[in-house]
Design a protein around this ligand. Structure first.
Ligand code: FAD
Ligand code: DLZ
Length: 511
């Protein structure tokens, strides 16, 4: 191995040619280190499609760097000399090259930051400036606020980035067009599906490796259709802007049996791995609106997800600190039911969300929040186990983005940092936004009885279990008034049947 001055670490979610560590590196004297390692592949049982995506994207990116004149020390998972961890690989490469310093872009996970800081080598961590709001700017924005609300953060980001602005006013006169959204969808054979990319030789080798090394991980490896290069990720983005963005706004909350993607972009995995940049995505959506190709409610709603939610969520992760994923404000102690790992369930909505997660390593936001997340919260599942599941099964999952969405938004385990109230609903919401209830074993209109929808029973059980905490929340007072107006015997029946349902869950019975 040629001697080099420094090692330049590029992690699997830093696949951007202009990532900070590469910008600061010297192509002639430094060595880029990229490594597929057992430790990162095993801290949760990642979905095989996620593993294949990351390793294939890493190998393609390394080849591009080499073609661009970089010296890359790339370690494959099955390399006999593989040290098995990122620190181990850095030390091995330091010995080989004589490098005496590591330059890295800050990882998106406290655990890895700590591992790098503990390395017996000088490590220079550069801020990850692929985000539109730096950690420091988020701190400044958050400083002194009683509560952090995404909507105000988003307005600030719109102004600062000049996105969908007319002078200093929001385009069209409103910051948020959600009142035009939240429509129910109907099946449509002509709705464009996300494009599929044929695996090339490099990707096919990775598929064989993942098949061989992770045979028991939950999820279908094949057919594998994700983009694994920036060129193809851009094609996926262009396809979305052309064919599905127009309907993104109205149908973003809709769910349909047999349609995993509806009008969603399916680009989270590319953004988070560094194959797409947030600003290029937002600018593409804005341009489509300015050209009259998509309505304002769709363009604004989509940009808000990236410029608002994605940046806000990252700010919360770093502001809240390393203990965040361990929080459990509601003291929930139930184990994650086996249906999450593919065991049978009679709930059509859960079967659909988990089934497509198994197939595609993907579910859209409302499925994650109002189906699988909602059920875990209502049933009182330990947030840590919910967190590990989400981190494992989605191709776009890294702790910086997954934990605030799961621990905060979905499980209210942070006590209200991300959301001012828990996202809970009965079956009525799922019925309103989907067609699942039509084919379900349970009856969504039944509030009690043998066919009562489990979401109906558990909804009230949750509210009553946590009455002391939530009764004074003005956004929840109406729910408690509804409960208090119910006849006494009906209330007892609801709670007794909910208890029986939870007992069946604990006993491992099919629910
Ligand atoms: P679209 O619906 O088309 O939205 C476009 C983009 O907006 C997404 O690609 C994403 O980059 C961004 N976005 C939208 N909502 C959020 C959000 N709440 N937080 C951050 N970015 C957002 N997103 C992840 O990237 N990784 C995760 O591990 C993850 N876990 C989640 C867990 C739960 C319980 C919930 C409720 C949400 C989670 N999200 C996560 C947010 C969101 O569900 C996904 O970003 C989205 O479903 C990805 O699919 P898409 O690309 O089709 O997104
Ligand atoms: C998620 C993941 C996996 C499965 N494997 C690797 C790997 O082999 N090499 C690597 O550099 N990164 C991997 N990652 C991502 C890290 O675990 C971590 O989540 C992110 O780098 C945090 O920003």
């Amino acid at each position: 191995m040629v001697r080099s001055a420094r090692l330049i670490l590029v992690l699997c979610d830093q696949l951007t040619p202009t990532v900070a560590a590469l910008r600061a590196a010297d192509r002639d004297r430094d060595t880029v280190v990229m490594a597929e390692v057992a430790e990162e592949a095993a801290y949760v049982p990642h979905h095989p499609k996620k593993l294949a995506f990351l390793f294939a994207a890493m190998r393609h990116f390394a080849a591009e760097l080499e073609a661009g004149g970089w010296r890359v020390a790339y370690t494959r998972l099955d390399d006999p000399d593989n040290a098995g961890s990122i620190p181990g690989e850095l030390l091995r490469r330091a010995e080989e090259t004589g490098a005496h310093e590591v330059l890295a872009t800050e990882p998106g996970e406290w655990r890895l930051i700590q591992l790098l800081q503990d390395l017996p080598l000088p490590v220079c961590l550069l801020p990850d400036d692929r985000f539109l709001c730096s950690r420091r700017d988020f701190e400044t924005w958050a400083e002194g606020r009683k509560s952090l609300r995404m909507e105000y953060f988003y307005r600030e980001m719109r102004r600062r980035n000049g996105l969908m602005m007319e002078d200093d006013q929001p385009a069209g006169g409103q910051w948020n067009y959600d009142h035009d959204n939240r429509e129910r969808a109907t099946p449509d054979l002509f709705r464009a599906r996300p494009p599929r990319f044929e695996p090339d030789r490099i990707t096919s080798e990775v598929l064989d490796l993942v098949e061989d090394r992770f045979p028991d991980n939950f999820g279908d490896l094949r057919p594998f259709w994700f983009a694994v290069t920036r060129t193809d990720a851009r094609k996926a983005l262009a396809h979305f802007i052309e064919h599905r963005l127009a309907d993104f706004g109205p149908y973003q909350d809709a769910m349909l049996e047999g349609d995993a993607f509806l009008s969603h972009a399916v680009i989270g995995l590319y953004l988070n791995a560094g194959l797409l940049a947030p600003l290029e995505v937002c600018r593409a959506a804005e341009a489509a609106w300015r050209d009259g190709r998509v309505p304002i409610n769709s363009a604004e709603g989509f940009i808000r997800q990236i410029l608002g939610w994605r940046e806000f969520i990252r700010g919360v992760y770093f502001r809240e600190g390393p203990d965040y994923p361990r929080r459990n404000a509601l003291n929930h102690q139930r184990g994650l039911p086996p249906m999450y790992w593919g065991a049978e369930t009679r709930m059509a909505c859960m079967a659909a969300a988990i089934g497509q997660t198994r197939e595609h390593a993907y579910a859209h936001h409302i499925q994650r929040l109002m189906v699988t997340g909602n059920f875990a919260l209502l049933a009182g599942v330990k947030p840590w186990e919910v967190h590990e599941w989400y981190l494992a099964v989605y191709a776009d999952a890294y702790e910086w983005v997954e934990a605030p969405n799961v621990i905060g938004m979905s499980q209210f385990a942070d006590g209200g940092v991300v959301g001012s109230k828990p996202y809970v609903s009965s079956g009525a919401y799922i019925d309103r936004m989907s067609d699942h209830c039509r084919t379900c074993h349970y009856r969504v209109k039944d509030k009690t009885g043998p066919k009562a929808c489990p979401f109906n029973l558990l909804y009230w059980h949750f509210l009553i279990r946590h009455r002391d905490r939530f009764a004074r929340n003005p956004r929840m007072a109406q729910m408690y008034r509804t409960w208090d107006r119910m006849a006494e015997d009906r209330r007892s029946t609801v709670l007794a049947e909910a208890d029986a349902l939870l007992d069946r869950l604990s006993a491992g019975e099919v629910v």
